[in-house]
Write a protein that binds this ligand. Structure first.
Ligand code: NDP
Length: 312
């Protein structure tokens, strides 16, 4: 077994992880950061990012993440490819096992493993990913000004995304698999009051079509009943809003999670229930889920880790 020690282990490489690495390196904590399954995180699958402060002309998601990574590297953060497969937070130093068998003994841990958007699981979602398929209206909605888009889902996120898009796009379909919305009453009312949102109840998406970019979706209404019928809608963008899954499985034995799996933070800090373990970004934030808010949380987690170590 290859064991190493560090003052600060950062797990995850989205805006939260890299920002934590910038702050922790500058505080002389010599952090080790494991990048995980998707180095750079969710932003590497978006195209243009126009709302991250400091980039007046916008920046692509991959470029932004590369800039953050370089900034962390400049201060000496040790960034590595690898996935944390197991942790032991019953011991101190805290332990994390990496997929290559390395065990890291850490005096502090920052969890920044993010959340993954849920997809329907149809192959066309992969085919048109970045070519009309998106799981983030705030990231990509702007590119659909005056166009027609569809949002899938019937929860608060779907309603929020549909409302956001309705202020940009000419027309928004909301594709809901049941005959009701699960969203809160207030969100439902807002959706129904919008002239350019059409709710398609009892509908499931079974495919997408288009030459290069999405040009439409194949839908089935009343699937599995005698009333079943298939029809197509013409759309330029297809937005998934059927929920996110926080990447917390590996920590769930030790870390307090809420009922949907997000890490619960202690008070107005980045601390978890385990002393020395902090969390930042989407893994602990079902509400805002923005690159800039995740980066802010990464900064806070590094400052909290530094203070925790100083107090010991
Ligand atoms: P939810 O789990 O609340 O809703 C998911 C929606 O997607 C449901 O309508 C569900 O349908 C639908 N869905 C799930 N899987 C599929 C599928 N395979 N095909 C078609 N439809 C599918 O997730 P949200 O992200 O909307 O919300 C998560 C939490 O965050 C909630 O507690 C929500 O209230 C909260 N939130 C609050 C906001 C606010 O207060 N402004 C904004 C955003 C989120 P079905 O109903 O049939 O299961």
């Amino acid at each position: 077994m290859n064991a190493e020690s560090t003052k600060c282990l950062i797990i995850g490489s989205g805006p939260a992880g890299y920002t934590a690495a910038i702050y922790a390196s500058r505080a002389n904590l010599s952090p080790i950061l494991y990048e995980g399954l998707q180095p750079g995180g969710q932003l590497t699958i978006t195209t243009e990012v126009e709302n991250f402060p400091g980039y007046p002309d916008g920046v692509t998601g991959p470029e932004l993440m590369e800039d953050l990574r370089k900034q962390a590297a400049r201060f000496g953060a040790d960034m590595r490819q690898g996935i944390v497969t197991e942790v032991n937070f019953d011991v101190y130093p805290l332990e994390a096992t990496i997929d290559d068998g390395t065990v890291i003994k850490a005096e502090s841990v920052i969890i920044a493993t993010g959340a993954s958007a849920k997809y329907l699981g149809i192959s066309d979602e992969q085919k048109y990913n970045g070519l009309g398929v998106s799981a983030c209206a705030t990231c990509d909605g702007f590119f659909y000004r005056k166009k027609t888009v569809a949002v899938v889902g019937g929860g608060d996120t779907a309603c929020e995304e549909a409302l956001y898009l309705s202020n940009l796009a000419a027309k928004v379909y909301l594709i809901v698999r049941k005959d009701y919305l699960r969203a809160s009453q207030v969100m439902q009312r807002r959706v129904f009051e919008k002239d350019n949102i059409e709710v398609l109840f009892n509908c499931n998406t079974v495919g997408l079509f288009g030459e290069e970019f999405v040009e439409g979706a194949h839908l089935v209404e009343f699937k599995g009943t005698d009333k079943e019928r298939t029809f197509d809608i013409a759309i330029d963008g297809f937005f998934l809003a059927i929920g996110h899954k926080p990447n917390t499985d590996v920590f769930s034995k030790y870390i307090n999670l809420d009922e949907t799996g997000y890490i619960k933070l202690e008070g107005n800090t980045s601390a978890t229930n385990v002393p020395g373990v902090f969390a930042a970004g989407d893994v602990a934030d079902p509400r805002y889920r923005q690159a800039i808010s995740a980066a802010g949380m990464g900064c806070r987690a590094a400052l909290d880790a530094e203070r925790f170590l100083a107090s010991k």
